[in-house]
Design a binder for this molecule. Structure first.
Ligand code: HEC
Length: 228
């Protein structure tokens, strides 16, 4: 009787141990395969499908550049960015009409709004990493700060602080008086409390823009600050 009980107990323990071992074996084999090294358990090496990462850059400026090109655009004028925009503001030229200026080398030059527009629409232009003006001052009046649309000629002309999409706003071009304009003020001075305007963007950098104009200029034109 005592032996029987002992037999049952031993039997139960053996069956239990066998069960545990079988279970461990099943878990081991299913996880590691039939190996002793269990390579499968080592961490997988994470690799991107791109063998070499190409350094990302912001899109380069289109037809004007603040950095001196390796080969300066032939037959183009040299002018500080601020003077170029100033010449355009003072000329009050319609969108497609040329405006004139005397460039930093004393050359008579002409340019159109298209030469000025990149300063509003391109990122990375005023300085490396700078946001484009239109990333904030877009054509969408519901989100554009100061309800100012810098994305087009018409938008710029319509001005800021517009009540609705269509209404005329405040003239940001100072009626053609560049240095008195809101545009100049927001480009030339830093405004600590206005996001996007913490730093003045007008730098000494000059651009290659416009083309030399043969003969005397049709209208009196501003002269660019000479650049070395
Ligand atoms: C990060 C967003 C941001 C960027 C980028 C930005 N602005 Fe602004 N801008 C603002 C804000 C915010 C105000 C002030 C809005 C207010 O006072 O209600 C403002 C105001 C202005 C004003 C004054 C309008 C008025 O009636 O008071 C002008 C002009 C202006 N910006 C021009 C520019 C130009 C030009 C650029 C590009 C060089 C530019 N902004 C880039 C956010 C931005």
């Amino acid at each position: 009787m005592k032996d029987d009980v002992r037999k049952y107990i031993y039997g139960a323990i053996t069956v239990f141990l066998l069960g545990v071992m079988t279970w461990i074996s099943i878990v081991y084999v299913s996880a590691c395969g039939v190996t002793l090294t269990c390579n499968r358990a080592t961490f997988k090496v994470d690799r991107t499908p791109i063998p070499t990462l190409i350094p990302a850059t912001l899109p380069a400026a289109s037809n004007v550049s603040l950095q001196e090109p390796v080969v300066p655009a032939r037959n183009s004028c040299r002018i500080p960015a601020a003077d170029l925009i100033g010449a355009w503001v003072s000329a009050k030229a319609p969108e497609a009409a040329p405006f004139y200026f005397v460039d930093a080398d004393g050359k008579n030059c002409e340019a159109v709004f298209g030469d000025v527009q990149p300063f509003f629409t391109e990122s990375n232009l005023w300085r490396p990493g700078s946001l484009s003006c239109v990333s904030c001052h877009s054509g969408d009046m519901t989100v554009s700060p100061a309800q100012l649309d810098l994305s087009s000629y018409a938008g710029i002309m319509t001005g800021s602080r517009r009540a609705e999409d269509t209404t005329r706003g405040m003239d940001i071009l100072g009626g053609g008086d560049w240095k008195m304009s809101l545009l100049y003020e927001f480009l030339a001075s830093s405004k600590a409390n206005v996001p996007g305007h913490e730093e003045a963007v007008i730098a000494d950098s000059f651009v290659f823009a416009g083309t030399p104009f043969a003969g005397p200029l049709p209208t009196p034109a501003p002269t660019a600050t000479p650049v070395p």
